[in-house]
Design a protein around this ligand. Sequence first.
Ligand code: PLP
Length: 460
Amino acid sequence: MADSAGRADGTGHGPEAAERRDLAVRAAVEQGLVGGSDAAPPLVCLLDTAGIRDSAAALTAAFAAAAAPGTPVLHAFAVKAAPLVPVLRLLSDAGLGCEVASPGELALARAAGVPAARTVLDSPAKTVAELREALALGIAVNADNRQELERLDALVAAGPPGPPASPIGVRINPQTGAGAIDALSTATATSKFGIALRDQGAREWLVRAYLDRPWLTRLHTHSGSQGVPLALIAEGVREVHALAEEINAAAGRRQVDTLDIGGGLPVNFASDEHTPTYAEYVAALRAAVPGLFDGSYGLVTEFGRSLLAKHGLVVSRVEYTKTTGGRPIALTHAGVQLATRTVYAPAAWPLRILPYDAKGAPKTGPPVAQDIAGPACFAGDLLATARELPELAPGDLIAVPDTGAYFFTAHYGYNSLPRPPIHGFTTTASGKVHFTLTRRPQTLSEIATEAGATTPDPLL
Ligand SMILES: *Cc1c(COP(=O)(O)O)cnc(C)c1O
């Protein structure tokens, strides 16, 4: 059960993390990282380092428990979920790799020191130059479509003799159907990703494509995302496993030696409970694809949201409050620049709002329906509408949990609002909180420079 502020009293990981969160908000105020008055910044983003490590360990343990001894398993973090070099370093230190989908993301993975053998390149629009670089580095590549495969043919033929250093696979769209959020459903009949397995002639074409290219050794699918049920994700993996078996039977050898099953584990945004868990996902996979873990195939995963979301927190000052049309509104600094999806698609991306007083202590009081507004100049910039919370006042703080993936790490530059600082934090047994600057705030002069301040005249 969660109280009116959304704090869970469930068992397991949640309350511990909730305790750390309360400690971090108070310490952030005490240490001047954020505050209720102009003496401190109005907005800060926090990452719970221990929470990220816990999630990485839970992922690793869930697959290790299921896989036959000796099965190679690579967990490649989807960089787009939190494109921050210190986060990639932390996950790399925990044994994970990186899934990258652009030259920028590859640059981050390399800056974090993630080895080529633990890097996977996906992306539906790779240029020839990107493919060439990936093959030169020896990082794994998953081709999205037939034309990309032809580009790879030419690059492999022009490369050194023998098989390419990079493991190469093809992304499959199993066409198993949509989840609850259309824009995030990758396995629909008409999704833009991969080769559609159920289209006429596709299966035969794929088997032939593998037989013709002995260097194609992987199959890839990423059929999950927020809003997709576990059983549906597992069905996509089952389709790809069956295709691998078919290719290997036709080849008369185990040509496909690795299955990349993507990421896409949904996250619970309603409470502190971590659900579904990695162990539940692994159980769903075992049920749907009994052969997946028997050691016949190495495994690659590409989780993003489920590794980071629960460990990010936005803390903002309430700058003003007002009542309009009978509805109280709290005007804060946390809006569309940090929670773009929530603001533009509020029904799909609801976020909890946790109230704190100016000292950073949890705020209690009778619930009053309030709108929580951001700073941007358009009417829809609201993080929550008619949310029941203790009545907020100027100088109070709100915290927005579950924002560690695709929220403040995917800044949106509307209104020239700057990227706020991100601090990682750790807590000691005695409740002391230690912050480390993880991304420094964007300065106003940087914003001006990026907007042409140093070369103002080209349009005159
Ligand atoms: C976005 C993406 C992921 C990560 O998805 P999550 O829902 O964040 O786990 C993994 N693989 C591919 C190919 C993706 O595009």
